[in-house]
Design a binder for this molecule. Structure first.
Ligand SMILES: C[S@@+](CC[C@H](N)C(=O)[O-])C[C@H]1O[C@@H](n2cnc3c(N)ncnc32)[C@H](O)[C@@H]1O
Length: 299
């Protein structure tokens, strides 16, 4: 830890990465997710609808003096409802060298600072690097989870992401691009597995490329796909189709960002079998305490 304002955030990341495996952070055992803690909370705003913010998140925002938020990814109605009294700073277009001193200085001068991410900060949120840089400068931080957009999308679609005998797994992924090389893009592998619901973040602009690659890899063009634009926002829109035709439909609608692409049979909510939990296990008279989650699951 140091008072130097010129710290390179990469040094902070490297330092935290080096010490993290050697000594587990005591706070892991002292606090549960949802506990209010000392430091700057990294709060998940949820997918858009202010009512999908957690109670913990709402309380922290209402007590904040400074809210650094994820710009247009956070619904301005949520900011108006819970942050009217706070100074608001849009993080879009600011680098770590600007954001870290801004949050650190406010925190050290006694302000309640909240870092507000869209959805859940742990999913494509680039939160940990900010937290490591702050911790390196002596400012404690912690996560407050939020509803990730895949969960809003499944609610909109009125289906489950896991569905007995249809989908046993969920992949949160993103397509190749500036961040991922073609070799790191595993969308085709997930689709190949068959019983995976593949939720693609940051891929609205790349729907055609993604579908073209799936077709090149000989995936069934009839595989169901849904694209949920702005899930839970007032202008939410849903486009349903298949690997073979979804790209045309998305281009026709004109969406280039802010949508979640969901691939797999669970999209349709059909073809599933009744579960063990409310079938064989219940028939054996097992109480909920004696049916372990490994045996029955939740579905
Ligand atoms: C930088 S990532 C942040 C994800 C966020 N942390 C989460 O948990 O949802 C932004 C991407 O999330 C997806 N996304 C965020 N909010 C969404 C919403 N309300 N509806 C659909 N997709 C959304 C889009 O794919 C968008 O490109």
């Amino acid at each position: 830890m140091t008072d130097d304002t010129e710290n390179d955030p990469q040094d902070a990341i490297d330092s935290e990465s080096q010490f993290r495996p050697e000594e587990l952070d005591d706070r892991i055992f002292e606090h549960g997710a949802g506990d209010e803690q000392e430091g700057i909370p990294f709060v998940g705003a949820g997918p858009g609808d202010p009512r999908l913010l957690t109670v913990a998140g709402k309380e922290l925002l209402e007590a904040a003096d400074l809210v650094v938020h994820a710009g247009s990814l956070v619904n301005s109605e949520l900011l108006a409802a819970y942050c009217a009294h706070a100074e608001l700073v849009n993080s879009i277009g600011k680098n770590l060298e600007e954001l870290i001193p801004l949050m650190r200085d406010a925190y050290e001068s006694g302000e309640n600072v909240v870092r507000l991410h869209s959805g859940d900060p742990a999913i494509y949120g680039a939160a940990l690097e900010q937290m490591d840089a702050l911790e390196y400068e002596g400012v404690p931080t912690y996560f407050v989870p939020g509803v990730t957009s895949a969960f809003a999308a499944s609610a909109t679609l009125r289906t489950q992401l896991t569905l007995n005998e249809v989908s046993n797994h969920v992949a949160f992924t993103r397509p190749q691009g500036k961040t991922l090389t073609p070799e790191e893009d595993h969308i085709s592998d997930f689709v190949e597995m068959g019983d995976v619901t593949t939720c693609i973040y940051l891929g609205t602009h790349a729907v055609r490329d993604t579908m073209d690659r799936l077709l090149e890899d000989d995936h069934d063009p009839e595989t169901p796909v849904a694209v949920i634009y702005h899930a839970s926002w007032p202008d939410e829109d849903v486009i349903v189709g298949s690997v073979g035709d979804i790209a045309d439909k998305v281009e026709q609608a004109g969406y280039r960002a802010s949508a979640l692409v969901v691939i797999g049979d669970a999209v349709t909510g059909t073809g599933y079998e009744r579960s063990f939990l409310y079938g064989d296990w219940a028939n054996r008279g097992a109480s909920s305490e004696t049916v372990s989650e490994t045996e029955a699951g939740d579905d």
